[in-house]
Design a protein around this ligand. Structure first.
Ligand code: SF4
Length: 464
């Protein structure tokens, strides 16, 4: 017999408990046990007035933001709707069945105001990292670093080639993102200035974003999210938003390593990264300043092309401070005597070693060595010892292991884009990008905690 749904939505009283309704194994329960807002309230307290109408509890705002980033709900308006309708979300936000869900505009006010003033989102991220450390998920031996492009919220057709001739004062053009960009230029911020020098196109919507493309893809305005992870459990220890250029990504890596040491007291013994982190300045900083072993491929332009001699064909004699060429002749740095003593270091932080014209002029190897110049010269980086160390390490087993470990960062980026559906920013400007990257990384660390840390089993009642 065909059944009929019993009509029954007009019951007056219900015996309903939200706590019992959310399944024991629901992922939000797992996340909830790792959230502690005690310190967060203390951190925020100075930014609230002691009198006046009570604000929305910041705990509620953060819980709602985390739901959005954990479940890939990127629109704040939709997060509010989902929290209103979904019982598990209500439970996670500590809202009762009849409690009002805050307006989405409230988030904007808090995010762009108080939360930014006190760097709340970074504080929340670091609180979760501390919890990961307490749970023993951070080994502190080896770190890995990488960056990934995330599209800015900017139409690729709404841009200018070059920065000349843009009237930023035109009505309707001076948005928050534009103000942030102009302020950074006024303050002569190094990152923005360096970016300006190499810029091909500028977005009128988000001028601080960078016109760039992933290999094989179309160009877009984008930012880079930079992750520094501990390779034991792939916990994210540092996050930075930067323009998508190699020099900025290397700078972000240095900032994150320094900040992690200062904030959490951990410094890696070795760092795994790709060629973007293999420039001379970065390797010098790692080896000479921080005593970190670089498991990083060297960015090398010193090898010869078309069968010509490259740097590796010349042997270095450190005590004599000279190179010896394949023809057995010497390349020296001080062939000319100057009245005023010079350091010999060029603007590119290299020292030039030159062979003598008389040696090269009669050399049978000249066509393979320096066919166009009268004498061979070699630019040696002031960080060449660090580069040599990185080259030597590239043949070790530890380096091969680090190459595998490096993939853990790429897996995190894939998870970010595919599972958390974070391939385009919703907020504009570098601060908006930083906020979003911090929240996404916090969500990823929380999910990792929920997956790896098994909560203590409930105790069996004592039988007497
Ligand atoms: S060309 Fe000059 S530097 Fe090159 S192998 Fe001959 S002597 Fe040496």
């Amino acid at each position: 017999m065909m059944g009929r749904l019993a009509a029954g939505q007009n019951q007056l009283f219900y015996d309903f408990c939200l706590e019992k309704f959310v399944p024991e194994k629901h992922v939000l329960r797992a996340l909830d046990q790792f959230l502690d807002f005690t310190e967060i309230r203390k951190h925020l307290a100075p930014y609230y007035s002691a009198i006046g109408r009570p604000s929305i509890d910041p705990k509620l705002s953060i819980r709602m933001l985390l739901i959005g980033y954990c479940y890939g709900i990127r629109s704040q308006r939709r997060v509010c709707e989902e929290v209103h309708l979904n019982l598990a979300y209500r439970w996670f936000c500590r809202l009762g069945l009849e409690d009002q869900v805050p307006e989405h505009s409230t988030f904007s006010k808090n995010r762009h105001g108080r939360f930014r003033d006190c760097e709340l989102l970074r504080f929340v991220f670091e609180t979760v990292v501390e919890r990961c450390m307490d749970e023993g998920l951070v080994g502190g031996e080896g770190f890995a670093v990488d960056a990934s492009l995330i599209k800015a919220d900017a139409n690729r057709k709404r841009g200018f080639a070059g920065t000349e001739g843009i009237d930023w004062q035109r009505p309707g053009r001076k948005t928050r993102a534009v103000r942030e960009y102009l302020d950074a230029l006024d303050n002569d911020e190094q990152t923005v200035r360096a970016h300006e020098a190499t810029r091909k196109a500028i977005s009128l919507t988000d001028p601080a974003s960078c016109w760039t493309s992933a290999p094989g893809g179309p160009a877009n305005y984008s930012y880079s999210t930079n992750y520094l992870i501990d390779i034991d459990s792939a916990i994210i220890l540092g996050v930075e938003a930067t323009p998508s250029t190699l020099s900025e990504e290397a700078r972000a890596a240095r900032t994150m390593i320094d900040h992690t040491e200062k904030r959490f007291g951990v410094k890696p013994k070795h760092l795994a990264g790709d060629t973007a982190y293999g420039n001379a300045q970065m390797l010098g900083w790692l080896v000479e300043d921080r005593q970190i072993t670089p498991h990083v491929p060297v960015m090398d332009k010193s090898e010869g092309k078309d069968g010509q001699f490259g740097l590796s064909d010349f042997s270095w004699e450190s005590e004599a401070d000279r190179y010896v060429c394949p023809g057995g002749k010497s390349l020296e740095r001080n062939r000319r005597q100057f009245k005023n003593k010079r350091t010999g270091v060029t603007k590119a932080n290299t020292i030039i070693y030159r062979a003598s014209q008389s040696d090269c002029g009669h050399c049978s190897l000249k066509d393979k060595c320096t066919p166009k110049e009268p004498a061979r010269k070699i630019h040696r980086s002031i960080h060449e010892d660090a580069r040599d160390l990185a080259r030597a390490l590239a043949c070790t087993e530890a380096y091969a292991q680090s190459r595998n470990d490096r993939k853990k960062v790429e897996i995190l980026f894939a998870h970010l884009k595919r599972i958390l559906r974070f391939d385009r920013l919703r907020l504009r400007g570098p601060i908006g990008a930083q906020d979003e990257f911090l929240l996404a990384a916090t969500a990823q660390n929380l999910r990792k905690l929920a997956k790896l840390v098994i909560p203590p089993a409930p105790r069996e009642p004592l039988v007497t």
